[in-house]
Ligand binder design. Structure first.
Ligand SMILES: NC(=O)c1ccc[n+]([C@@H]2O[C@H](COP(=O)([O-])OP(=O)(O)OC[C@H]3O[C@@H](n4cnc5c(N)ncnc54)[C@H](OP(=O)(O)O)[C@@H]3O)[C@@H](O)[C@H]2O)c1
Length: 215
């Protein structure tokens, strides 16, 4: 059976790597790639569309592109840690309501709304996977350093949303696997300002793990 894959956040380093990976696998028929910044992929298997996950209408329109086709794997690889206006908070005094809300919108509310519109597209006849990129710093028990208030909180809340999805979807689609992924440290725009803190050998090598999602 040929697989249909959806990648959301395909303009990011991890999202793009997923599109490239799946487009090279023989058993994959189509990769539907969604991103805010439009990018073109060379493979004819890849169909690219735009999405703004801060806008529910945009997310709904994106899901409607799929029509009645059933999807085997959805990966949500969107996220924000910093932008040109702000970086992660080092201290209480850095807390800013607007910046905090922006991070929550992109890292928590956007993925939740994606779940609302894309979870019904999963195939029910066989195993399917719906994966959200989370982060280790979202773990409360792993938090030994503090800081990064909004990013940490947004990923902790995302983990709770993912858990809720897994409980609810299990009732109607027991073949669906809903999970959060902690990718390790990956070179990207998101991690760029912090790369000096990470030894080269500690960057993540994920291809083998990602291929396992297809099994
Ligand atoms: N890199 C790491 O070391 C690391 C570690 C742990 C967890 N993660 C998680 O992995 C995920 C991917 O990160 P990455 O490293 O690949 O970062 P990245 O290269 O900066 O990619 C982030 C992606 O999110 C998209 N995005 C942001 N706001 C959006 C919006 N409103 N609508 C649609 N797309 C939006 C960006 O799109 P545009 O560029 O088109 O705006 C971009 O494609 C994130 O959830 C991140 O928290 C990464």
């Amino acid at each position: 059976m040929q697989k249909k894959i959806v990648i959301i956040g395909a303009s990011g380093a991890i999202g793009k790597a997923f599109v490239d990976l799946y487009s090279k696998i023989d058993t994959v028929e189509h990769v539907f790639s969604f991103s805010k910044t439009q990018i073109d992929f060379s493979s004819s298997k890849v169909k690219s569309f735009s999405i703004d996950i801060e806008d529910e209408i945009s997310v709904k329109n994106a899901a409607e592109v799929i029509g009645t086709q059933k999807i085997d794997i959805v990966i949500v690889a969107t996220g924000i840690l910093h932008n040109k206006d702000f970086g992660p908070e080092k201290s209480i005094k850095d807390l800013d309501p607007d910046n905090f809300l922006k991070v929550l919108k992109i890292n928590t509310i956007g993925p939740a709304i994606i779940g609302k519109h894309f979870l019904p597209l999963l195939t029910k006849d066989q195993k399917s996977v719906f994966a959200f990129l989370s982060a280790r710093v979202g773990s409360i028990s792993e938090n030994k350093l503090g800081g990064w208030y909004s990013y940490r909180a947004s990923k902790t809340a995302l983990n709770q949303v993912v858990k809720n999805f897994s409980i609810e979807v299990c009732r109607t689609n027991p073949n669906a696997v809903i999970l959060g992924l902690q990718p390790g440290t990956v070179e990207s725009n998101l991690s760029e300002p912090f790369k000096k803190n990470v030894a080269r050998e500690n960057y993540s090598h994920q291809n083998i793990a990602l291929k396992c999602l297809l099994r």
